[in-house]
Write a protein that binds this ligand. Structure first.
Ligand code: PRP
Ligand code: ADE
Length: 177
C-alpha cells in the first residue's frame, strides 16, 4: 500500500501539551529523527525538491534546523552554514532580534558565511509566528544571499507565520501543518 510521504512524517510528529509553557502545544520532531524510515522519507522529500534548484548553500537555524540542514547539504553535495542563537559564533557576526511564540531571541551569522549572489536554502523544523525565519532571511539578505526558499517540516498556520513570511516576498515550503 502506498503511503503519502508527508503523511508518514506527519504521523511521526508528537504533540506535547503545555510545553515549554502552559497553553503551548509543542510539536516534537524527535520521533521522526529516531525512526530511520521516517527520517529518510523526510530528508528525501527535501532532496527531491531541491536537487535541481542550483543551490550553493544550505543555511540551518539553531537548533533543529542544524539536524535537517546538515544532512540535506551533505546529500545535495552543498556546504552548510549555521544561523545561531546569540553569543555562540566566534568570528565577526551580523545579528537580528525577533520575537517567538514564547519569548524573544537574537540570531547571528558569521559575516563571511555567504558570498553575495549565492543561492541559499533556509531550513528549520517549524514555522510558528515566522519570527525566526524572517530574522534568518534578513541576515542572509544583509550578506547578499539570494534566499531561494524557506523550508520547514511543520507550519502552524493559526499563528500566521507562513502568511507573514510570504508577505516579505519569501517562498515557503512545508511538509505538513
Ligand atoms: C523553535 C523552532 C523554530 C522557532 C519557530 O525554536 O525550532 O526555530 O521556534 O518559531 P517562530 O516561527 O515563532 O519564530 P526555538 O526558538 O524554540 O529554539 P530551540 O531550537 O533552541 O529550541
Ligand atoms: N516553536 C515555536 N512554537 C513551537 C511549537 N508549538 N512547537 C515546536 N516548536 C515551536
Amino acid at each position: 500500500m502506498h503511503i503519502d510521504p508527508a503523511d508518514h512524517v506527519r504521523k511521526a510528529i508528537r504533540s506535547v501539551p503545555n510545553w515549554p509553557k502552559p497553553g503551548i502545544t509543542f510539536r516534537d520532531i524527535t520521533p521522526v529523527l529516531q525512526d530511520p524510515r521516517s527520517f529518510r522519507v523526510l530528508i528525501d522529500l527535501f532532496v527531491y525538491r531541491y536537487m535541481r534548484q542550483r543551490l550553493d548553500l544550505v543555511a540551518g537555524v539553531d537548533a533543529r534546523g542544524f539536524i535537517l540542514g546538515s544532512v540535506l547539504a551533505y546529500e545535495l553535495n552543498l556546504g552548510f552554514v549555521p544561523v545561531r542563537k546569540k553569543g555562540k559564533l566566534p568570528f565577526d557576526t551580523v545579528a537580528e532580534e525577533y520575537s517567538l511564540e514564547y519569548g524573544n531571541a537574537t540570531v547571528e551569522m558569521h559575516t563571511d558565511s555567504v558570498r553575495p549572489g549565492q543561492r541559499v536554502l533556509l531550513i528549520d523544523d517549524l514555522i510558528a509566528t515566522g519570527g525566526t525565519m524572517v530574522a534568518a532571511s534578513k541576515l542572509l539578505q544583509r550578506l547578499g544571499a539570494n534566499v531561494v526558499e524557506a523550508a520547514a517540516i511543520i507550519d502552524l498556520p493559526y499563528l500566521g507565520g507562513s502568511t507573514a513570511l510570504k508577505e516579505t516576498g519569501l517562498d515557503i515550503y512545508t511538509v505538513c501543518s
